[in-house]
Design a protein around this ligand. Structure first.
Ligand code: F6P
Length: 329
């Protein structure tokens, strides 16, 4: 019987399990055995693995996380680790390896291809920072979770007349913050793609207070500034209570949304299509609503296309709150 390997790598994302189950079901239909490497690339390098069937995956289809466990494995940038991985691959006589992960996982997959392995990647990260695909699996759920959290916190902030600073995940990408900020009606959004000084953010809070917004909301993505320091400065400047909240792992947990499940199913089928057609070395991607296969090198070099239209929409709504009405645009 032919065999394929699967693994989930890096930070987990909601929908990984739905994608795994889809892949395993398709594999069984075409008479492949599936070996799961536990905990990501480390499992591959160390040959920590087990056979998995669609029955094993059954309970997890609608659940967040990864039932075969995930992880980051720093030594995997070294060639000796790829050679170890290749030895495992050969030992199990694998026809291909399907990796579910983000941008770092794609680079590692490219390196494994370079030493002669047949690899396919399905983009899974809440950050939506794999730029060859319009969406990565997990992003939609993470944004929904962030919006729910911010909406909840806003209710109590409003009641107590406090300023809210809510920090989202996203690493160096502002996609989660921009989408969550827009959908939770944030007054101010701070993202790395549109650099703004701390002073400007403080001034913007002041403008909101001036037009009668007693409880402005600032949504910003992580790794930009110290939000506790910002809260302190806002408090001191306007003599007003300000709470800094890190939304955190709430964003990465919970069951996937329908959008993420749909994407997981479509990309899982796409990954198995690649195996069946021996179309290796690709990232399964969503391009203009269609599933496409983008070669690793092209995927890695695809430039970030920031959603300027969404940003302008946010600015327009912000103007509506703070500026005088205009007759026409
Ligand atoms: O890459 C997804 C992500 O959740 C980022 O948004 C975040 O910065 C990072 O992972 C956190 O990773 P870890 O859980 O390994 O600290």
């Amino acid at each position: 019987m032919k065999k394929i390997g699967i693994l989930t790598s890096g930070g987990d994302s909601q929908g990984m399990n739905a994608c795994l189950k889809t892949i395993i079901k398709m594999a069984e239909r075409y008479n492949y055995e599936v070996i799961a490497f536990v905990g990501g690339y480390k499992g591959l390098a160390m040959d920590e693995c087990r056979m998995v069937t669609s029955k094993d995956a059954d309970m997890y289809f609608s659940v967040g996380g990864s039932f075969i466990l995930s992880g980051r494995y720093a030594p995997f940038i070294e060639k000796k680790e790829w050679d170890r991985a290749k030895a495992t691959y050969k030992k199990h006589n694998l026809e291909a390896l399907i990796v579910l992960g983000g941008d770092g996982s794609i680079k590692a997959a490219r390196d494994l291809s370079g030493v002669g392995m047949n690899v396919i990647v399905v983009p899974c990260t809440i950050d939506n920072d794999v730029f060859c695909t319009y969406r990565s699996i997990g992003f939609d759920t993470a944004v929904n979770n962030a919006v729910n959290s911010i909406d909840n916190i806003k209710q109590t902030m409003r009641t107590n007349g406090r300023v809210l600073i809510a920090e989202t995940m996203g690493r160096h990408c502002g996609e989660i913050a921009m989408h969550a900020g827009l959908c939770s009606e944030a007054d101010i959004i701070m993202i790395p793609e549109k650099k703004q000084s701390v002073e400007k953010i403080i001034r913007e809070v002041g403008k909101q207070l001036k037009v009668g917004n007693n409880s402005p909301t600032v949504v910003l993505s992580e790794l930009q500034i110290d939000i506790n320091e910002l809260a302190k400065q806002i408090s001191e400047t306007y003599n007003k209570e300000c709470k800094a909240i890190v939304i955190g792992y709430v964003q990465r947990g919970g069951n996937p949304t329908v959008q993420d499940k749909l994407l997981a199913i479509r990309m899982g089928v796409g990954a198995m299509d690649c195996v069946l057609n021996q179309n290796y070395g690709n990232v399964v991607s969503l391009v203009k609503e269609e599933i496409k296969f983008i070669p690793f090198e092209k995927a890695i070099n695809t430039k970030y296309k920031f959603n300027e239209e969404l940003w302008q929409t946010f600015l327009e709504l912000k103007r509506f709150k703070t500026e005088k009405k205009v007759a026409k645009k």
